[in-house]
Design a protein around this ligand. Structure first.
Ligand code: SAM
Length: 361
């Protein structure tokens, strides 16, 4: 165990069997794994926590993912769509308050054409000095290219599970291959890419979770979002148990260990299954928080799982509350855009050599 933890700290070059073993740790051994990840986080990322302002601009979705509360078959959802003007005003308002990254997220909603989203991104970039992250699901390569040209910096598209059969079971409208091809396309277009998974999906095994960690490494992700599955009553998974905090924290720790310096959020879902879940994730290797700035009346209706944190609270309080939580664990809140270190290295290489880097950065 000592030599494995040393390997985790010194190189992160651990294999599938070792990851499975680490995912099975209990009690004090889990604490040791989390401490090792925290050490890697401190060494490679420092104490700063990056803040991303999240705007969930539409809960309309054409997909029927078995776990998701806003799936198209859930007729009890009150659907909303923010107008482009509302989205731009919310995003620029965040920038005025010093938030360096705006994350625009929605269901898969083709109501927003490629050009509409591009215009939203252009307007935000023209009026505010912010990084823009998009998270709109699977779209065409042409749309991704248009949005990148318009100035979008990053794209979040979790792979959800690296097990292709499980992926297809829970996503009747897609395949893992298609999801990965979207992620690779986004990378080719120069986006900073974020993948990630849910922990505790019905039918998921420790082997699957180990493959999730290996996939994050293989994709050389800039961002890795990991959170527990939480059952929603309006879905086929209503009666299933939620993913555990303990396993989620081990996954966050392992993502930190293998990626070294990726941007890893302490997810809202982790904070929704445990009052101090986000602080615990920050102490297990995470270095990003995403305060929810979706305005009223919309924010209560982006119910991807029940009892989502903070949805009835004033969005203006989410930032200060999360900053206080960051200080409470002796970390500091970063200012600025907080680009991915991997991306910055790749850009620096290109600037000096005049071409992209032929090996991994
Ligand atoms: N449509 C975009 C996409 O699919 O990437 C973004 C919206 S989607 C609702 C955002 C994330 O919510 C998903 O990546 C998924 O992991 C998470 N999610 C959805 N339902 C969930 C649930 N019941 N428990 C935990 N996370 C959930």
């Amino acid at each position: 165990m000592n030599s494995l933890l040393n390997k985790c700290i010194e190189s992160g070059n651990i294999g599938r069997d070792e990851i499975i073993f680490l995912l099975g740790l209990q009690g004090e051994d889990t604490v040791r794994l989390i401490r090792a990840a925290n050490e890697v986080r401190q060494r490679y990322c420092g104490d700063e926590v990056h803040i991303r302002g999240l705007v969930e601009f539409s809960n309309t979705c054409r997909n029927d993912c078995l776990y998701c509360g806003i799936r198209r078959s859930n007729t009890s959802v009150r659907r909303y769509r923010m107008t482009p003007d509302e989205i731009v005003a919310t995003a620029t308002g965040l920038a005025k308050r010093g938030i360096g990254t705006v994350v625009l997220q929605s269901g898969e909603d083709s109501h927003y054409s490629g050009e509409t989203v591009a215009e939203i991104v252009r307007s935000i970039k023209a009026s505010a000095d912010v990084a823009v992250t998009l998270s709109l699901g699977e779209r065409s390569f042409a749309d991704y290219a248009l949005w990148r040209q318009a100035g979008a910096d990053r794209y979040l598209l979790r792979h959800e599970t690296a097990n292709p059969a499980l992926f297809e079971k829970i996503h009747p409208d897609s395949t893992l291959e298609r999801r990965l091809s979207c992620l690779r396309g986004l990378r080719r277009l120069g986006y900073q890419i974020g993948a990630g998974c849910m922990v505790g999906i019905p039918g998921q095994t420790l082997e699957d979770l180990a493959d999730d960690i290996l996939l994050l490494r293989a994709l050389e992700v800039d961002m890795a979002g990991i959170g527990p599955f939480i059952p929603h009553p309006g879905t086929p998974f209503a009666g299933e148990p939620a993913g555990s905090l303990d396993l989620t924290l081990k996954m966050v720790a392992l993502a930190r260990i293998v990626t070294r310096d990726a941007l890893i959020p302490a997810t809202t879902a982790t904070g929704s299954i445990d009052e101090f879940g986000r602080e615990k994730a920050l102490e297990a290797g995470a270095n990003v928080v995403m305060p929810n700035h979706t305005p009223f009346p919309y924010r209560v209706d982006y119910e991807i799982y029940p009892n989502k944190r903070c949805v009835t609270e004033d969005p203006n309080q989410c930032g200060p509350c999360l900053t206080a939580r960051i200080f409470s664990i002796d970390r500091t809140a970063a200012t600025g855009k907080g680009h991915s270190p991997r991306h910055l290295r790749a850009q620096a290489y290109k600037a000096t050599k005049g071409h992209g880097c032929p090996w991994s950065l």
